[in-house]
Design a protein around this ligand. Structure first.
Ligand code: FES
Length: 94
């Protein structure tokens, strides 16, 4: 098995600063868990992925698309669909 083939690269953005991410498919249970691990943001993911707090909101932009989508990162699996995306974490409002 070629582990290089399974590498997923994308960019997190928080408060205007970019954080490159190199990870693997399903290395994290969800995008919310990955963000919490990478950035340790106080108050982020308060309901631990139950989908009820809204603190894990992100904006996902595909690299070659003009469109973005807003979603709860606890509902997003870490897989190839995230490759080359730019994921902006909503500024904390809690
Ligand atoms: S962690 Fe609470 S809604 Fe995602």
């Amino acid at each position: 098995m070629n582990s290089e083939k399974n590498t997923i690269i994308f960019t997190l953005v928080y408060l205007g600063k970019e954080y490159p991410v190199h990870t693997y498919r399903n290395e994290y249970h969800s995008l919310m868990v990955l963000i919490a691990d990478y950035l340790s943001l106080p108050g982020f993911g308060l309901c631990s992925g139950m989908g009820s707090c809204g603190t894990c909101m992100v904006e996902i932009k595909e690299n070659y698309s003009p469109y973005t989508r807003h979603t709860l990162s606890c509902d997003v699996r870490v897989n190839d669909e995230l490759a080359n995306t730019i994921i902006t974490i909503a500024e904390a409002n809690y």
